[in-house]
Ligand binder design. Structure first.
Ligand code: ADP
Length: 415
């Protein structure tokens, strides 16, 4: 097994030979050879694939992971020689293959949820696959493979620890919150005004802790794949309205206005769907509730006055659920970070507002597990808009999926 090229690697004595006149071609060829040495010796698999999907270069580490010699790989379509499985053990389709996706989308991407099967031993290895397009209009794709078996096991152990700890701590915190509630209730206890002030602070802090433990527990479960979405076909406008309407008390208690549908306060949202139009999608209803509730809770939290608007729009392929507010907004440089774990914008406006920094991370995880995408648009002091995009399904697909699920459930009941 060698590198892609048949050139000899740089000889050791080259560096120690007496100085002679060095031309720029010498320097270049030496650099070239050093590059080869690096590629030959690193533990990460490196491969270059052209626009047709054919392998143009492969290093020994990649050959080892794939379980084939370089001769078997070079100038062959990657699809034909590399076997990638998803976490259920099924071979991934060509459309889901990260290398094909990189050829099409010409984007840098890391995928960490696939296994590679070595052709010579049938051994499965969890891999990180990073695809980086080279410069130019028809870029080659540089693919790196890394064995992440140990990394994933360590991550799993860490998650188990956090999960057990948060689970154990939730119970005493709930009990503290309950007793503080009793102490604050004039029907069950008598306290003076000053003590009441302390109790209120302690009650708020215990509620915050309870929320933090719950968010941590959800995060570890989602990260570990312990919660999987149960997708069902739904009429999405009706469902989003039902979930969003559940938040009306929270919105109006803060003195904010609420609007659902098109023709909102913001004219940019006009021209959306008509309420009587039926739009279908396949979703996990619990996931969708968590997503919408969390986005509305944030909209309320970060909006001192004005409106919270929920809108559903669709084109032929996708549904967009838009949650918009007229609040403090998010600065441009913070926007790309707000979906990261524990990220909280820290400024004068946000400092007094409580939160865990896990809400939007959980929202993004759940959206992506339902094959969707989420992003935010915002202008400081004007407001924010969070857009959840989910694949739309046709009326026929909706009816067919519904029929299949109902049939399956009826059969399960009979057994
Ligand atoms: P938190 O628990 O802090 O609200 P999130 O993950 O839900 O955590 O949000 C991350 C950060 O993004 C928040 O701390 C806040 O600064 C910002 N953010 C989220 N939603 C909004 C919004 N609707 N308006 C302004 N800022 C927001």
């Amino acid at each position: 097994m060698g590198l892609f090229s048949k050139k000899e690697p740089v000889k050791e004595e080259a560096a120690t030979t007496p100085a002679t006149i060095t031309t720029s071609t010498d320097v270049e060829s030496e650099r070239h050879s050093l590059n080869e040495i690096v590629l030959e010796s690193i533990n990460e698999g490196v491969m270059i694939v052209d626009q047709k999907g054919n392998i143009q270069l492969v290093n020994p580490a990649a050959c080892k992971m794939i379980g084939r010699d370089a001769d078997e790989l070079l100038h062959v379509s990657h699809d034909a020689v590399i076997t990638l499985l998803d976490k259920t053990g099924n071979r991934i389709s060509a459309a889901r293959n990260p290398i094909n996706m990189a050829i099409k989308q010409k984007e840098y991407k890391e995928t960490r949820d696939l296994d590679m099967v070595a052709a010579d031993s049938n051994k499965n290895t969890p891999v990180s696959i990073i695809t980086t397009p080279s410069q130019g209009d028809n870029p080659n794709i540089i693919v790196t493979f890394r064995d992440i078996d140990r990394e994933l096991r360590e991550e799993h152990e860490r998650n188990e620890f956090i999960s057990t700890a948060s689970h154990e701590m939730r119970t005493p915190v709930a009990s503290i919150e309950g007793y503080l509630g009793l102490a604050m209730n004039p029907a069950t206890a008598t306290v003076d005004e000053r003590a009441m002030g302390y109790l209120e602070k302690a009650h708020d802090a215990s509620k915050h802790l309870g929320r933090l433990f719950q968010d941590l527990l959800d995060t570890t479960k989602l990260d570990d794949g312990k919660i999987q979405p149960v997708m069902r076909p739904v009429e999405i406008v009706k469902l989003v309205k039902k979930i969003a309407d559940g938040q009306i008390p929270r919105i109006t208690d803060k003195g904010l206005g609420y609007q659902f549908g098109s023709g909102s306060v913001d004219q940019q949202l006009g021209g959306g769907h008509r309420l009587e139009q039926l739009i279908y999608a396949s979703v996990d209803e619990d996931f969708l509730s968590e997503i919408i509730n969390n986005l509305i809770e944030n909209a309320v939290k970060y909006t001192p006055s004005g409106w919270v608007t929920v809108n559903v729009k669709a084109d032929n392929y996708n549904v967009q659920i838009i949650i918009q507010d007229t609040g403090i907004g998010i600065a441009r440089e913070e926007l790309s970070h707000v979906f990261q774990k524990f990220y909280r914008v820290d400024n004068r406006d946000t400092r007094e507002i409580g939160g865990t920094g896990l809400g939007l991370y959980l929202v993004k995880q759940r959206v992506e597990m339902m094959n969707g995408r989420i992003w935010a648009e915002s202008e400081p002091n004007k407001g924010s808009r969070f857009i959840v995009l989910l694949p739309r399904i046709s009326k026929e697909a909706y009816e067919q999926q519904k029929f299949l699920i109902e049939n399956q459930e009826a059969q399960e009941k009979m057994h």
